[in-house]
Design a protein around this ligand. Structure first.
Ligand code: ADP
Length: 168
């Protein structure tokens, strides 16, 4: 299993699954969530609404993950997970987001997966803390099916922080 740190726009990734930093409503939002919904098209929102009606009427709890199709994206699937709001939810739930997303990807036979830096935008987790938690979570993951994990950073400073942490 290879871990690749890349600066870019996750909506453009040609991988089996991209991960969305969703909120518990699953009905879209700002940041990477909004960008993924815009690129995937309305059908993604419709599938998210069905998930809300059927399996998660109260919303998706922090740290959990669900999978949908990718629709107009190049990615076959979108895995939606809800990160912790910094200072308001248990920070250990951030690792759960990554672990549960990887598990779901494996169950769906994904060989490649791309993650944004969950919770580091509106949810305010410092990028240095995110890099440490993510490094620990992905390096300890026992992969079977997954061969490539892309960690996608949007900003150049975020990219530098991740590079430094993963090279340490
Ligand atoms: P959260 O609410 O989990 O903090 P945000 O979407 O606000 O989610 O931010 C999470 C991270 O995603 C931030 O580091 C932000 O810079 C980044 N981001 C925003 N748009 C994109 C994109 N198109 N591709 C990859 N990362 C993105």
């Amino acid at each position: 299993m290879e871990i690749k740190i890349i600066q870019g726009d996750i909506t453009k990734f040609e991988v089996d699954a991209i991960v969305n930093a969703a909120n518990s409503s699953l009905l879209g939002g700002g940041g990477v969530d909004g960008a993924i919904h815009r690129a995937a098209g309305r059908e993604l929102l419709e599938e998210c609404r069905r998930i809300r009606r059927t399996s998660h009427p109260e919303g998706l709890p922090t740290g959990k993950a669900v999978i949908t199709k990718g629709y107009n994206l190049k990615a076959k699937y979108v895995i939606h997970t809800v990160g912790p709001v910094y200072g308001h939810a248990d920070i250990n739930l951030l690792a759960e987001c990554y672990k549960n997303s990887l598990k779901l990807a494996e169950e769906n036979n994904c060989r490649s997966i791309a993650f944004p830096a969950i919770s580091t935008g509106v949810y305010s987790v410092p990028i240095e803390l995110s890099a440490k938690i993510v490094k620990d979570a992905v390096k300890n993951f026992k992969s079977g099916v997954i061969k490539e994990i892309y960690l996608v950073l949007y900003g150049s400073n975020d990219y530098r922080v991740y590079k430094k942490e993963f090279e340490a």
